[in-house]
Design a protein around this ligand. Sequence first.
Ligand code: NIG
Ligand code: FE
Length: 412
Amino acid sequence: MNILFIHIKELLQTRDKSEVKMMGKSMSELPHIKNAFLRIKGDTIHSYGSMSSLVIKATDKVIDITGKIILPTWCDSHSHVVYTGDRSQEFVDRINGLSYENIAAKGGGILNSAQTLQDTSESDLYKQSIERVNDLIKLGTGALEIKSGYGLSTEAELKMLRVIKKIKEDSAVKIKATFLGAHAIPNKYKNNKKGYIDLIINQMLPKIHQEQLADFIDVFCEKGYFSLKDTSQVLQAATKYGLIPKIHVNQFNAFGGVALGVKHKALSVDHLEVLNEEDIAVLKNTETMPVALPGCSFFLGIPYTPARDLIDSGLPLAIATDFNPGSAPSGNMNFIVSLACIKMNMTPEEAINAATINGAFAMNISEDYGSICVGKKASLIVTKDLTSYRQIPYYFGNNPIYKVMINGELID
Ligand code: NIG
Ligand code: FE
């Protein structure tokens, strides 16, 4: 039996498989078919087109969705969704005047989350995290990158990565795992950063490799965290094990992290709230995807990634949630698409490209996700009745979703 959606008001993001990322002016194009059909066979997109060209088959199970729009599920290429405990006290501290940096300097922030995580069992961590992932699916996320980095000891980093691996096995959505041991310097190594980097390189990485726990390597390259030299060392060691770099750079300070990422052939460079001309220049003619995290800018009240400068200079841009308990406690990609339009001056077409096809590129999953394409996975958002896809970002904070399909299965 095939599932056949008919009378789709707009079928969005219909593309050839050869189109793997949108950049510059091409980001403003969002190909779509009005009054369309879409046929799903098993977990795969079988065919699509205009209703006028449809021939219904005996094996089709027809679903009429007059008034509704279909687009590929969101590809959220940057999250820290495996964590435990919340940091609402720090949220209140910030309301009362402390900065994110002040809080971290007092031993809060990432170290606060690491302490709680070390005291939580693997099964408990899994239970809390998979619940969050299930909530995200209902909000339209069909592919998700998840980072470690709240362990900061060999045992706790492995615990996080094993939880991510189990989510990968159990969840219907596509999961990619990133090792972010170099997220902060744990208290034990406060005066011995070199010792912690040695631990990452000589102890954590070999074990992660042995258990095949990660796809990507990440480092928080920032003042007070890991320098260019530290970052380079970790990336070099990890790439020997086949891990591909995706790094946190230019969140608070610009000091060459983007160029370093490009030098190490990073799949993506993420955050980029503080970006200078050299950073933009160095990204040109590379395969590195810039990723903006507007939920973090919104929550911390820091600058937004200058999307217009990036796109207008011909570069691609992806957007992701950064879902984490400290700087962005929301994994709602619909809101991220709204923020991209409202706060970063991206058009709805650019924001939707950034959250689908470019997000898939930033996770190396363009083969199966990110567009409506024959042969790709049938992971789809069916919207409520909307006049046009522009209403997705326009109605910020609303849930535009009627149903989500993951790999050919409608989610309840
Ligand atoms: O991407 N900037 C570094 N890491 C996370 C925040 C981590 C935290 O505060 O818990 C981020 O914003
Ligand atoms: Fe992050």
